[in-house]
Every structure is written in structure tokens, then in C-alpha cells.
Write a protein that binds this ligand. Structure first.
Ligand code: EPZ
Length: 438
């Protein structure tokens, strides 16, 4: 087991190039199996979730190879349509493979992805979309078999703009003869990225980024190349770190429009933020002020994935900030760990109130989930003394060497192997769940 040791108090200065997007690359990797051919995915981040997707692709009979920061995927000899439980458990968002396997093989079997640290994570909308396209779904007791002799184009109406359900519907619709229309589609940039990659493979997807997406399916697709977009949540995380610690940081290769709700919040907190074409500069005195209520919402609203990082940035602000988490049921698990460092966060269901404190102090804390873990790092950067952060497997799912990026900006942070005598029971979880999340 590894741990991060953080000495708080340093300002952050310098420039980072933001990694490829975790939530962008995962559906793209699933999409590679819709064709029988070779795909080249440039700017592919080295993350645990990418490794989990590669394991699934290999299990299905595909070949993969890294070429620097490019991942090459050859799906020509794909010969399976089942994702076993062990691989599903490694990454909950593996459910995104369902639509792609169905489009390619007309049958897909995978274990129920189950819940995670953020809440129950149902897939009812995914399954309803696949049924609309003609798939029959059988519950095999913990496993799902989706089969369709033929997928037929359909009109799909999503009750809420679910990112994963939109992606699964688009992928499955690629295998359905005719033109499918998805209403109330998620509008996240990652949906547009999936559209771009599928069209590079010869598909005809239109409307991504808006609420109505059309897919002209039944076409034979071919391999394609794609460059993964920058990770807007990683960018938001480092902006919040700079806001909290003080200093001047430039992030390059970012989509500033996708960051606008986060940069607006940091501007309101007292930071100077300059957004260029593909870069953003933040200047902070570290003396932040509380801001108006932060309500997470589907894109283009404030991203739920940036809520923990913004909360961490405001822990020492003057005044109180109200957070309302409208996407996930249980996305404040990091608050308890932040309290161990002296933070004052009061949680009541979907609402959390952050009251700024004069100081934070180092402590032993454990990551509860991916973005909650990032929040602990940001709190530690502001704390007096040393903070030891364990359960780094959560952070490593979505951040490419976070400690190296922060050290480049001047943070005193390093990763160490946990001392043998400190080894914790690996099955132990902050709340005893230990279930992977997406
Ligand atoms: C994607 O998850 C992201 N993951 C999440 O990022 C992100 O927080 C989320 O979208 C919202 O933006 C990936 O892209 C891999 P949803 P997803 O379907 O697709 C409920 C991170 O930290 N719902 O939009 O699972 C669901 O329970 C991760 O990078 C149903 O009820 O999100 C949730 O409350 C965390 N039924 C809400 O909708 C369904 O069939 C939003 O979920 C599907 C979803």
C-alpha cells in the first residue's frame, strides 16, 4: 500500500499540461469494439480505470499496446461477449461496455455493476434504452444477459440526462438499422467526444452536446484515431488547489468553456481568473471568501465531480458556503475525513455547509472515493504540519500522478510505501463498503 505525505503551507506557482480525460477516454475505449479494426487513442491517460478497461478489452479478445501516450486497440479478433464479475467490480462504469458489446455481438453478459461509495448507482435508464432498441434483458441472478437478434432504431427518452445511459444508448444504436433519436441526452463534453470518435470510425452521430442526439446505425464501422480531450475535472482540481494555497498557476490544453462554472465560483471567492483559447491562469492570495450556494447539476451546470475540490478550497474561507449535491446521494463522505484536519463541514442529506476556519492541521486520513480523495490532498496542502493520506487507489483511478503535478507547482508532497507495521486491513473501508465506483 502507498501513502501520500503532505507538508502544508506552500503557495503554488507554475504551469501544468492537463492529462487526458478519464470520463472521456472510458466510453471511447468501449467504442473501439463497435468496429473490427485498429484504433489509436492519443493522449490516453495512464490511470487505474484505463487499466481496468484494457483488462476488459483483452478479456473480450482484443489486443492492446501502449505507444508512449497512445493506446493502440485491435478489436479484430474479439471473440467474447461477457465481462466477468471480477472485472466489473474493478470499475463500476464498465457498464458502458454493455451497449458496445451488444452493437458488435448482439449479445452481452455482465454482472450487475452494483453501487459504490457515491450511492446505489442504478442502471435502469441504461437498460430501458437498450430495450427500446430491441434488446431482451434477462436477470441471471447478479448477472445480466442482454440479447437482440436484431437491434432496431428507436426513439429513446431518458427520464434524466444520465451520462452513462446516453453513452450506452449511442453505442448500442450504432448497431441498430435505421436512425435512432435520444431525447434528454446528457450534454457533457465527453458525449461530444464519443460522437467525434464514432464518426471517425464511420458512424453518423449528430447533436452531441445538445439534448437530442441522432444515430444513423447499421453501418459497418472501421478503426479510427482519436486524441482524448483534456480532463476538465482534473483541471478544476488543480485550479481549486491554487485558489486554496495562493499563488499563480497556468493550466494549458484545457477547454475553458467546460470549466466556466468552476472558474466563476473561484472568481466569486476572490481569485483572478483569465481564460484564453486553450489555457487558463488563476491568481490567488489564498484569502478566499465564502460564495453563493453551489448546486451541482448536469452539464452545463456545476459539475458534481468538482464539488469536493471546491469544498476543500473553501475550508479556510471567510464566512459559510452552502453546497447542494443534486446528482449523487452520498457524495460528502470526504467531509468526515476533512473534519479530522479541523474542517467545519456540516452535512444533512444532500446539503453541506462549509464554515471557514482559521486553520487546518495535519492528520492521518483515508480517501473515501476518487474526488473525495483529491479533496483531502487539497486540504492537506493548506494544513499546518504533516498529513498522511492512505487508500490512494481511489485517487489513482482518475488522476495521473497527482503528487508529481502538485510538486511541480511547489507543493511539498511525496508518495511512500506504507510501513509494514502500518499496513491496514486491505478489505477495510472508510465505511466498510470497499465497493468500486465509477
Ligand atoms: C458519469 O457517471 C461520470 N463517470 C461520473 O464521474 C459523473 O459524476 C457523472 O457522470 C455525472 O456527471 C464516468 O463518466 C465514468 P449518471 P454516470 O448516469 O454515468 C442516476 C468521477 O468522479 N442514474 O449521469 O454513472 C445515478 O444514480 C465520476 O469521475 C439512475 O438513477 O452518471 C446518479 O444519481 C463519479 N439510473 C445520476 O443518475 C441510471 O440508469 C447521474 O448519473 C443511471 C443513472
Amino acid at each position: 500500500m502507498q501513502e501520500l505525505f503532505v507538508e502544508g503551507g506552500n503557495r503554488l506557482n507554475g504551469e501544468l499540461t492537463i492529462q487526458g480525460s478519464k470520463n472521456g477516454v472510458l466510453p471511447v475505449l468501449a467504442a473501439t469494439i463497435v468496429c473490427a479494426g485498429e484504433c489509436r487513442i492519443e493522449n490516453c491517460p495512464h490511470l487505474r480505470d484505463v487499466e481496468a478497461s484494457v483488462a476488459i478489452l483483452r478479456h473480450l479478445g482484443c489486443c492492446t499496446r501502449w505507444d508512449g501516450n497512445a493506446l493502440l486497440v485491435d478489436t479484430t479478433h474479439m471473440d467474447k461477449n461477457e465481462v466477468p464479475d471480477a472485472l466489473m467490480r474493478e470499475m463500476r462504469s464498465s457498464v458502458i461496455f454493455l451497449g458496445a458489446i451488444l452493437a458488435r455481438q448482439r449479445e452481452a453478459v455482465l454482472s450487475y455493476p452494483g453501487g459504490c461509495e457515491l450511492g446505489p448507482r442504478p442502471i435502469d435508464m441504461h437498460l430501458a434504452a437498450l430495450r427500446s432498441l430491441g434488446a431482451g434483458i434477462t436477470d441471471l441472478g447478479g448477472k445480466l444477459r442482454c440479447s437482440a437478434g436484431a437491434l432496431t432504431a428507436s426513439e429513446i427518452v431518458l427520464p434524466t440526462p444520465s451520462v452513462g445511459a446516453t453513452e450506452n444508448a449511442i453505442l448500442a444504436a450504432c448497431g441498430a438499422d435505421g436512425t435512432s433519436v435520444i431525447y434528454n441526452a446528457a450534454r457533457e463534453p465527453e458525449i461530444s467526444e464519443l460522437q467525434e470518435f464514432l464518426n471517425a470510425m464511420g458512424a453518423e452521430v449528430r447533436g452531441a452536446g445538445g439534448s437530442i442526439v441522432t444515430v444513423r446505425g447499421g453501418r459497418t464501422l472501421h478503426g479510427g484515431s482519436h486524441r482524448v480531450i483534456s480532463d476538465r475535472i482534473a483541471a478544476a482540481t488543480y485550479l481549486c488547489a491554487a485558489a486554496a494555497c495562493g499563488g499563480e498557476v497556468r493550466l494549458s490544453g484545457v477547454d475553458c468553456a467546460a470549466l466556466s462554472t468552476v472558474t466563476a465560483a473561484l472568481y466569486e471567492a476572490g481569485c483572478k481568473v483569465e481564460s484564453g483559447e486553450r489555457d487558463v491562469v488563476i491568481k490567488s492570495s489564498a484569502a478566499l471568501r465564502a460564495i453563493s450556494p453551489v448546486k451541482t447539476a448536469p452539464y452545463p451546470g456545476f459539475p458534481t465531480d468538482a464539488q469536493p475540490a471546491l469544498m476543500a478550497a473553501l475550508l479556510k474561507s471567510s464566512g459559510s458556503t452552502v453546497f447542494v449535491e443534486n446528482i449523487f446521494e452520498n457524495r460528502y463522505r470526504h467531509a468526515r475525513e476533512l473534519a479530522r484536519m479541523g474542517a467545519d463541514v456540516c452535512v444533512a442529506g444532500r446539503v453541506a455547509v462549509v464554515r471557514g476556519v482559521d486553520s487546518l492541521h495535519g492528520a492521518d486520513v483515508a480517501c473515501t472515493d476518487l474526488r473525495g480523495g483529491a479533496a483531502l490532498v487539497l486540504a492537506a496542502l493548506q494544513a499546518e504540519g504533516t498529513t498522511r493520506i492512505s487508500r490512494l487507489e481511489h485517487i489513482d483511478r482518475g488522476y495521473e500522478s497527482m503528487e508529481k503535478e502538485l510538486a511541480l507547482l511547489g507543493a511539498r508532497i511525496e508518495r511512500r510505501e506504507e510501513e509494514a507495521w502500518q499496513k491496514r486491513d486491505e478489505t477495510e473501508d472508510a465505511e466498510g463498503e470497499g465497493i468500486p465506483s465509477s
